[in-house]
Design a binder for this molecule. Sequence first.
Ligand SMILES: [Mg+2]
Length: 120
Amino acid sequence: MLLVVDDQPAIRQLLAEALESEGFAVIVASNGYEAVDIARRQKPELILLDLKMPGLGGLEALREIRRFSPSVPVILVTAYGELSGLGEAGGLGIRRLIIKPFDLDEVRSVVRSVLGAVAV
Ligand SMILES: [Mg+2]
């Protein structure tokens, strides 16, 4: 199961549909708190995580998730203009970065590549 986290409904839906069309089971979360909760209870095999969210942001959520899932692969999704918010991302084990606006083929290929790397 893949966990897709984004505060914007249209982006959640786009990502979820793109990955479901590839045969993945997808669960969505609309904020950082939900993401932590789902990650804790459902142990996704990969998390696509929005950086900028109101309340608990992506990096703060990931810090929590790392307490109980030290190795789940995480792909961070962010807008180019928000890259400066990545300053505290070191040590959180972020595998790849996807820049909005993204291309869905790129998203599928990045997810496959990260999951493939995990399997090896
Ligand atoms: Mg956002």
